[in-house]
Design a protein around this ligand. Structure first.
Ligand code: ADP
Length: 213
């Protein structure tokens, strides 16, 4: 139904000239439909992941997901004038066994937030560090930062920082709950280090191999 609303909204504009107010109302309908659509997708994703729909395990080099996330987020970063860079210390990288689509979704959510909450001219870096049989993906920004009190609740469903300047970003507070759920499904963890006005660093740590699946 949401795709249908979107479709008819854009078709209305093709049927004849609209005055300024009509165009502005249609744009509003379109924007809000987009937000509901995003919310429904997030709710369905979280429901599916929590319900334990089996992981589709696949083996790919650990940096493969980073390349895919950068390709997906580059346009948004360019539009916001935020530079997107990678920071890898190691030259040769091992493979990781994971549900590659879910892994991409988790890393993308972190990068998407980092871009959203960083001012134009800022920088978002995606790094990775190997720790014996685990890998840690690190998403670092020099954006608005998160207070210690808010960091406590950050990964809870529907949690959003209340006093931030970017409330009109229109998020639903599910992005980080999805990251946490995906990490846990892979026996991994996610945590944050952040300082208000300085920036945030999110750490997504996962085993390179899944034990029994
Ligand atoms: P949303 O979809 O609303 O962004 P998330 O669960 O992804 O929900 O994030 C929850 C809240 O955490 C955001 O509303 C924002 O206030 C804060 N947040 C997340 N990532 C960052 C970041 N990199 N810098 C500053 N604040 C962040």
């Amino acid at each position: 139904p949401l795709a249908l609303i979107q479709g008819y909204t854009s078709m209305l504009q093709m049927l004849g000239d609209l005055n300024e107010q009509q165009t502005s109302f249609l744009n509003k309908i379109s924007e809000e439909t987009e937000k509901i659509s995003h919310l429904v997708t997030n709710l369905l994703d979280l429901g599916r992941i929590e319900a334990g729909v089996g992981l589709q395990l696949d083996i790919k080099p650990v940096d493969d997901v980073v390349e895919r996330v950068i390709a997906a987020a580059q346009v948004q970063a360019d539009q916001k004038r935020v530079s997107l860079i990678t920071k890898f210390e190691q030259a040769t990288l091992p493979p990781i066994q994971a549900d590659q689509a879910l892994l991409q979704q988790a890393l993308f959510n972190l990068v998407d937030n980092a871009i959203k909450f960083t001012d134009p001219g800022g920088e978002v870096a995606i790094g990775l560090r190997l720790k014996e049989d685990r890998v840690e993906y690190i998403v670092e920004d020099n954006g608005i930062g998160i207070s210690p009190a808010d960091q406590q609740n950050l990964f809870e469903k529907f949690f959003r920082v209340s006093n931030q300047q970017d409330l009109d970003e229109g998020g639903s507070g599910l992005g980080l709950a999805i990251v946490k759920s995906i990490a846990e499904k892979h026996s991994g963890t996610v945590h944050v280090e952040s300082q208000l006005g300085v920036g945030s660093k999110f750490f997504l740590e996962l085993p390179l191999r899944q034990s029994q699946n």
